[in-house]
Structures are given as structure tokens and as C-alpha cells.
Design a protein. Structure first.
Length: 359
């Protein structure tokens, strides 16, 4: 009788031990979760679908990460996410639309003034920055800048005051910036829609959608038409101290983000719905517009027409753009590629032969 009771007790103990081994361990489990704040350079729309998909699908959680995507946008100039990353300790990662602020920050002559951040990858291999023109207007950047309307007058170009790269275009075509018919515009497509400008300095991911809604046939003239002005987008940046102290966290974040990008590629409709999640853009975003952007942007994830190196950032492209931009700005302090890019995270994911494989 005693033996039987003892056996029942032992069976109960073993079952409790086995059950407890399968359960989260309360505080210990929570301590293993790493909070990662990601600063977006713009509103968290479909451009950031690879992050949103990874959040909603739970890929970050599977890697032991609690990821918060913080919005940039009109209230925070898109050029400031690098600065926020450099200045705010809780921000581990920023995602930039363009290289401008990052390069300016690394090219400061005084070391103590530099943004101590580096690029560790890029999810879009081309940049959606250029000029929106009507379908019956200029057919190329060369036409826009070196030719005229059929009437003989220059094309009217609308651009924001920070569009310094237009000077690079005039230098390339050997014309004077002063000879252009320039109009100062804001970040929306209204001047283009109203016919006030023939070409609008813009991102096709946003302003082009407004043209489609208005039923205006258009084409997009990419800056990548000009050597030296091609640049990646959705550029992943982190601080040097994070690279040294939290490399494993960065590897896990990047690995889960690649899963998020793969989900977006395979499930654009679901990825567009995820933008409306409170943890991403939120319910005020328009599903139709986000799906439009995702479907248009899918080829941008490819490097050399392949997804084998998704997330790679090409050093030759970055250096070419850096030299071109700093030459326009009159800044001789060109950073080295080692100062700008750290490949250790991607090499941890893809292997040490990453650069030879992806170039």
C-alpha cells in the first residue's frame, strides 16, 4: 500500500517537473527578451513592410526580440533618422530612405562631431527618388535637363529646397543650374496634378500614387539613369557601440527581417493588411495604396536580379554616390568604405564569402 502511494506521488512529481520544463519561466523568460527600437525615416507605410510583416508574423518574437517601429514622417524630417539613432541610446537601428544624412554625418571633419553610425545592409537595391513627369512630357533625364518643350521653353521643374542632387544632374549634363526653370514645392504631388510643373522631384512610392488616383498618365525618371547617383534605399543603420556590444541582437533582427521581406514577397495582400496594424502604420492607412506600393516595389528587393543576397549593400554603389554627393557639397572629407559599411552582420547570416558571392 505504501509502495503504491509512493509510486503515485513520484509519478505526480515527474509530471509536474515535465510540465514546468515546457512552460515559460516567468521573470527569466522576460529577461531574455531584448527590446529593439527601430526608427523609421518616414511614416511606417509599405516601404517598411519587411519590418511590419516580421512584427505581425512573430518572426522577431521567435528570435527573442520585442521590436518597436517608430514613425518618422512630416513631423520628423526623413533626413533625421540617422541623427536620432546617433543621439538616442534606446534606438538600436534606423532605416533611411536615402544616403544623404548618413553620408553628411560621417563626412564631418572633426571626429567628435561625426555620427558614429554604420550601414549594415539595405533592403531595396534601387532608390525610388527622381522625377515624376507626364507621359507626353520628357522621356528621360537628359530630355528634361537638356531639351525644351515643343514650344521651345524650358520644362518647369518643381523640387523641395533640400534637393541638392539636382546640381549633380546639371554638372553631369554640362549645363548651368541657373538656366533651369525651377519652382519650390513641398512633399505632395499637388503642383504636378494641377499642371503647375512639368516634372516633380519625388518618390514614386508616394507621389506617383496620387497621379494614378487623378487619372494622369505619367512616367518616372529615376536618378539611377546617371552614373554616381544610383543609391540603395531602406538602408539599415546602427551605432558603432551597438555593433560592438549587441552584435547577436543585430544578427537576430536582420535574420527575422529577411523572413519578413520573404513573407512580403510571397504574400503582398497580407503584408499590405499588416501595415494597418497598430504596431505598424495603423488603421488610418489605406490598404489599396499600401498594396499598390508593395506590388510595385517587389523587384527592389532583388540584388543582381536575384534574392540570394537580399539585404546586401553594395560598397561600390555607396562609394560612387558618396564621392558624387560630397563633390557637389564641396566637402573633401570622403569617408572610407570601412567607415561607412560593416558587413559582419550579413556575413554572420550568409557566410564569410558574402562579398565575393554577392558582387
Amino acid at each position: 500500500m505504501l509502495s503504491k502511494s509512493r509510486n503515485i506521488f513520484l509519478a505526480f512529481v515527474f509530471s509536474v517537473v515535465a510540465l514546468s520544463a515546457c512552460q515559460p519561466q516567468g521573470g527569466n523568460q522576460n529577461e531574455q527578451i531584448e527590446k529593439v527600437v527601430v526608427q523609421a525615416s518616414w511614416l511606417p507605410n509599405a516601404e517598411f513592410s519587411f519590418v511590419c510583416s516580421a512584427i505581425v508574423e512573430g518572426y522577431y518574437e521567435e528570435e527573442g526580440l520585442d521590436v518597436e517601429l517608430r514613425a518618422g514622417g512630416p513631423a520628423i524630417s526623413f533626413a533625421r533618422s540617422s541623427t536620432i539613432l546617433a543621439q538616442e541610446e534606446e534606438v538600436y537601428i534606423s532605416i533611411e530612405s536615402v544616403l544623404t544624412e548618413f553620408i553628411e554625418g560621417r563626412a564631418k571633419p572633426n571626429l567628435d562631431e561625426q555620427l558614429r553610425v554604420k550601414a549594415i545592409g539595405a533592403f531595396w537595391q534601387d532608390n525610388p527618388l527622381g522625377f515624376l513627369v507626364r507621359e507626353d512630357g520628357a522621356s528621360s533625364l537628359e530630355d528634361l535637363f537638356t531639351k525644351t518643350r515643343p514650344s521651345g521653353t524650358p520644362w518647369t521643374i518643381g523640387a523641395t529646397p533640400d534637393a541638392v542632387l539636382i546640381e549633380a544632374i546639371t554638372d553631369y549634363y554640362g549645363i548651368s543650374y541657373d538656366d533651369l526653370d525651377m519652382v519650390t514645392t513641398s512633399y505632395d504631388a499637388t503642383p504636378f496634378l494641377l499642371g503647375e510643373v512639368d516634372a516633380l522631384w519625388s518618390f514614386w512610392t508616394t507621389q506617383a500614387y496620387e497621379a494614378e488616383l487623378a487619372g494622369i498618365p505619367y512616367r518616372f525618371l529615376s536618378l539611377s539613369e546617371i552614373p554616381g547617383l544610383a543609391q540603395p534605399a531602406m538602408i539599415v543603420l546602427t551605432r558603432e557601440d551597438i555593433l560592438q556590444e549587441k552584435q547577436d541582437v543585430l544578427v537576430r533582427w536582420f535574420r527575422a527581417s529577411l523572413q519578413g521581406a520573404t513573407f512580403t514577397l510571397n504574400n503582398p495582400e497580407a503584408a499590405a493588411r499588416y501595415i494597418l496594424d497598430e504596431r505598424c502604420g495603423g488603421p488610418d492607412f489605406d490598404y489599396t495604396q499600401e498594396l499598390w506600393m508593395i506590388e510595385k516595389s517587389l523587384p527592389l528587393f532583388e540584388y543582381n536580379n536575384s534574392l540570394d543576397c537580399m539585404g546586401y549593400i553594395d560598397p561600390a554603389t555607396v562609394m560612387s554616390w558618396t564621392e558624387t554627393y560630397l563633390d557637389i557639397a564641396g566637402n573633401p572629407n570622403i569617408p572610407s568604405i570601412e567607415t561607412l559599411i560593416d558587413f559582419s552582420i550579413l556575413e554572420e547570416i550568409y557566410g564569410p564569402d558574402l562579398q565575393s558571392k554577392c558582387r
